[in-house]
Write a protein that binds this ligand. Structure first.
Ligand SMILES: [Zn+2]
Length: 296
């Protein structure tokens, strides 16, 4: 039932305003703020009670002890880092569409209550990022090369990273490896709150440059495919994107970061094939919907 409803819903949303979209979803969606930048607080000393630097380091090293409030705080800092490196795209209709699409998919996942935010970064590269607590970003270059099912597959992959707290695990691995300790040493004179931000951002930069654990990537692929299907999209959207990545030239700068931070696309496709088999075939074969069609 849901599978049919969502296609009609998104078609309706394409022409409707954010409020109408909220109504179409039975009021499930919160009012959408297309200008995400205004919702991202600038990291500051006042944004959270500052634990002593050593305390935070200990906390980051043990992600199981990080409660949801702290996770959201960490996510806001890292999201600001991502938006700081690439500006948001100016197309408000596109931002609204991606935000609505992402929120719909996130509602089918294991943490629908998080304050999810989805946005398009003004960057020609082919990439997607998530930050703890429900922040998901895709680049304009990716959106331009995807149809709706492919974009849904990518968003579902990123949503799974958030739901499974993969970034917190990666931050923890970095903290245990001593990356933060070096930062503390260079911040001896800094206030504790600034040291907190500096540690987190140093760790975050490493995580976004190196990528997540390979097993976590495979998990996000597997669960992302199932999540996209549950939200009513063709489960082959994500494999279709991976085909595109697989055929990208190794020296293509637009794909460079995706290629360096993820397991080889061929390997991801093989893992997915093993996990999916033909179980999701019944949900596939839907006609491709160009994203431009949703923005009219
Ligand atoms: Zn990933």
């Amino acid at each position: 039932m849901q599978l049919i409803a969502v296609s009609a819903l998104l078609a309706a949303c394409g022409a409707a305003g954010a409020q109408d979209a909220g109504k179409a979803l039975g009021g499930l969606l919160r009012p959408i703020n297309p200008n995400l930048l205004n919702t991202l607080p600038v990291p500051s000393a006042a944004s959270a009670p500052a634990p002593a630097a050593s305390e935070l380091l200990k906390l980051l090293g043990e992600p199981d002890r990080i409660d949801e409030a702290r996770e959201l705080e960490i996510g806001r800092e890292l999201a600001a880092l991502l938006v700081g490196s690439k500006p948001l795209h100016q197309d408000v209709a596109l931002q609204r569409y991606v935000n609505r699409l992402g929120r719909w998919i996130s509602l089918q996942g294991s943490r629908p209550h998080l304050p999810w935010n989805f946005a398009v970064l003004d960057d020609a590269g082919f990439n997607a990022f998530a930050a703890p607590g429900g922040y998901v970003f895709v680049t304009k270059g990716l959106v331009d090369r995807a149809d709706e099912a492919e974009l849904a597959g990518i968003l579902a992959h990123e949503i799974t990273h958030v739901n499974r707290r993969h970034h917190l695990q990666a931050l923890a691995a970095g903290a245990r490896a001593g990356i933060a300790t070096q930062v503390i040493a260079s911040q001896v004179r800094g206030a504790a709150a600034n040291a907190l931000s500096a540690q987190l951002l140093a760790l975050g930069r490493k995580v976004y440059a190196r990528g997540l654990d390979q097993a976590d990537e495979f998990e996000a692929d597997r669960e992302g495919v199932a999540l996209a299907a549950r939200a009513g999209f063709d489960p082959y959207g994500l494999p279709s994107v991976l085909q595109q990545v697989r055929t990208a030239r190794a020296d293509d700068p637009l794909f460079a970061l995706t290629l360096s931070t993820h397991p080889p696309a061929q390997q991801r496709l093989e893992q997915l094939e093993g996990a999916m088999g033909s179980r999701l075939d019944a949900f596939s074969g839907k006609p491709s919907v160009p994203i431009a069609q949703r923005l009219r």
